[in-house]
Design a protein around this ligand. Sequence first.
Ligand code: SF4
Length: 429
Amino acid sequence: MPNALEGTRFHAYGPRHLDAIADRYGLPPDVRESMRRVSLVLPFRVNDYVLDNLVDWAAVPDDPIFRLTFPQPGMLPDSDERRLAATTGGRLREVVDDIRAGLNPHPSAQRSNVPVQAGAAVPGLQHKYRETVLYFPGQGQTCHAYCTYCFRWAQFIGDPELRFAAPEPSGLVAYLRAHPEVSDVLVTGGDPMVMSAQRLRSHIAPLLAVETVRTIRIGTKSVAYWPHRFTTDPDADEVARLFEDVVASGRQLAVMAHFSHPRELETDPARRALLRIRATGAAVYCQAPLIAHVNDDAAVVAELWRAELAAGTVPYYLFVARDTGPHDYFKVPLARAVDVFRTAYRTLPGLARTVRGPVMSAAPGKVVVDGVDGGFFQLRMVQARDPALVGRPFRARYSATAAWLDELDLAPDTPPDLAAACKPPRSAP
Ligand code: SF4
């Protein structure tokens, strides 16, 4: 393992570096062993910037960034950990696959939004909302580090059913020309910012020739996990030039930055990265899920949103964690999520009240829990596959434990179209 302080060259570390990391930071043997077992099942990737600037090693194992980035005790049921501990040799693969299959690796609708053009599925595309297409460039399907709650975790263990990736953008461009109603393209992954500037340009520049595309969004956690991407990486200037070119074309360029915890915005590299991005003319919108053990505290999310505003970015979405991976470890019941959101929201200055949540990105669309009243959750479709549902309020019976839309009983007065869209829902991208 290279010396962490050798500079700002990017190195990714995974399970085979666990001993080196544990030695470097003095992890207790029991924590190390449990991490080793859990990492057989769940993907793990980290880098020097996260290790040296974000994790508070004095607070391990309770540190939120440690729990955000490292598989560890409690993420799998005890029975599964015991099975892993008791299994060796050739049977281990079988046990790992069995445990993974029980973690809902394919939350529904991830594969159902793939559009068809001329009788064939368009590779690397999802078209869920009328005006928005998601684009998965083939070389951007990994991340600078992995979040342990990632709903695309199965993609990182090589699940062949989750290969959305497009090797190059000709299929996307043809689809956009045939669908002028699409004004927004969200370039996502993984993380598109793991690509070289040249590769990123090869995927994005062709979109500028499609007149109907007005907004290009880039979904990324690089500002949090590897801010050097925008400042000191060898091709950071080329990244800035690409962003400037998109803005100069008259398009809105939106960096959809994933920040889970205020600490991610506190470092000098992160501050410099945000200044550099904003200097290109790009806007930065911030979003993250509410995650137990990481940020499920009103004071923490309020601090996060205030830090985002102070950095000149726009607090945008607080999501509800999806039902996949170590969901029992990370989930926050909707009742608590709405309480955390409202408690934090009340403390915000007006300019930070751009944030929406808690929002479930579910099969029929994005459903926000606006509050609890008279024994019911007050719900609203803020985005929907069917435009006729957008903005419509509806209700579901209060539950102290429900953590997703499909665990709710809709009120008897729910309009039939909303009820049909919501049942039977499962989690979606
Ligand atoms: S940055 Fe996003 S895609 Fe990458 S591991 Fe985290 S949640 Fe998953």
